[in-house]
Design a protein around this ligand. Sequence first.
Ligand SMILES: Cc1cc2nc3c(=O)[nH]c(=O)nc-3n(C[C@H](O)[C@H](O)[C@H](O)COP(=O)(O)OP(=O)(O)OC[C@H]3O[C@@H](n4cnc5c(N)ncnc54)[C@H](O)[C@@H]3O)c2cc1C
Length: 562
Amino acid sequence: MNLDYDYIVIGSGFGGSVMTCRLVEKGYKVCLMERGRQWKIGQFPRRPHDVQQRMFWDPEDQKYGLMELRDTPESDVLSLTASGLGGGSLIYANVLYRMPERFFQGWPQIYNRKSLDPFYDRVLHMMEAKPYPYETQNYYKATPKTALLKRLAEEMPPPPDSVGKPSFNLPPLAVRFEGSFPGHQTHNMHGALQSKCNKCGDCDIGCNINAKNSLDLNYIFRARHLKTAEHPADIRTHADVVRIEHCGDYYKVTYVIPEFPQQETTFTAKNVVLSAGSIGSTSLLLKMKKQGHLPNLNIWLGKKWSGNGDLLGLIFGSRENIDATNGPVITGAIEYNFKDYEDGYHHGMYLQEAGFPVGFAWYLSGKIPQLPGIRGLGTLFAHSIKKYIFKILNIESRDQINVGDEFAQAIDRADFTKRCFVLLGMGRDKPDGEIRLRSDNQAIIKWKMDGSKLHFDRLRTQMKKIAERIGGVFVDNPLTHLNKVVAVHPLGGCPMGETPDTGFVNPLGEVYGYKGLYVVDGSILPTSTGPNPSLTIAAVAEYIAEQIPAKITHKSKETQEA
Ligand SMILES: Cc1cc2nc3c(=O)[nH]c(=O)nc-3n(C[C@H](O)[C@H](O)[C@H](O)COP(=O)(O)OP(=O)(O)OC[C@H]3O[C@@H](n4cnc5c(N)ncnc54)[C@H](O)[C@@H]3O)c2cc1C
């Protein structure tokens, strides 16, 4: 039978992009199906009406934007994930962090720091990631939040149960810092046009100047434009996969265009790589099992879910000038090593300073006006009335003509955002959550704080101490006290295991019981990573792709013969 493709890859995040690129290089005919759209330079929504219409992904309400915020009463997790060509790389904070050796506890034997290091290097090279040039370029030196985090790491005493002194570091960021002035455009090593980062803080809402080295500008760009490839990747955006059917020795994959969910398109392939992210891949497979298309998926499906210990902490009213809108969203990290959980599960945690877009600061200033701003507006208004009265009474006034200062007074001084320190905490929580399907096929996540309480207590304690140190008020996410976490790093659901008794996919991502069906994304990670997970997801994908033999194509045969 003539099949349409050798491989169909579903989803274009860290797993899917790497797999697409490497499979194309190996000579395979690959189709990448991504439910979201491609976002080109300048297309990310910024104006209020545009944000309302195009920022969020919620097809039931005719929204096809780049951020999917999922929450249901039954779920213990509110998740934020991406939609669009490049997946999470479109809205993530660019931090590419290696997993420390000891956190590979519970992983299949082939994975450890030594075996993954060459693949970490490969991803960092492809994504041209470099530490924030805070120490080397004057333009970036002026980033108060980075300076503050560094100072805190140096000055604060270590927590009582920490092992060694916490260390500050500048992790590799997938951001373009090359060029001679902010916004300077140059081509990256793959040929895509990018700009030098201008510190606007918009990383998490899509970078409108292509300063983020998102996957569409490296791995996907290469898969599309590789001149030596027999088949460049066939990239289909607006392709929301709704069905995967097993037909003996091949698979049928069906997608719909989200705007027209009744119109289905089906393609066939020998192999399928599911890379729709922890929640996306797991929920699609749960549906396929329920609908009988893939009936033999094993009992590990949905299991070992973790949110990578995410905790967002806010510190208001600090005496420091933090200026969180200045710089890429994250630039630095404090790494803490702690005594392990009582059962021997390794613990470690990370605190990173976070920024937010300038537009959001204006929004917050307007929503939470402060006294000086209100007074300034009142003065401006009173002056205008006075001038109008003088005018109609024809009285000569001695008021000044230049009202720039009065106007500036009317702008809220916005200490609220200038002195607000956003801390992102993460680390080793326990992978004891589970993704399930509600009766209407919506994914929900069941998760309990109990097992990971030690981690969250340590994070919260450290955030409070930082708040005290900088004279601010710490505001916790109140939902965590109701056993609800906000996860931007969902992991697990299709965990790797050495055998079908211990995992859902084998160590190379192949689903137990279904030859040729792979899952390669954050869902196969069997534990939390500790630091930000994207680099590990991509490195595991590189490792898996490396084990797939190259296809003997006409071109490669000719080359061999020649
Ligand atoms: C605000 C924010 C900041 C973050 N910052 C960092 C950071 O600094 N460093 C870090 O390491 N991680 C960060 N993350 C997490 C990171 O984005 C994820 O861990 C990573 O993207 C997961 O990769 P993945 O390949 O598993 O899936 P994803 O990147 O989520 O990709 C899945 C893709 O599949 C598509 N898809 C889903 N369902 C279907 C379907 N049915 N059909 C077709 N396509 C489908 C989605 O649209 C998406 O494009 C951040 C996340 C957020 C939200």
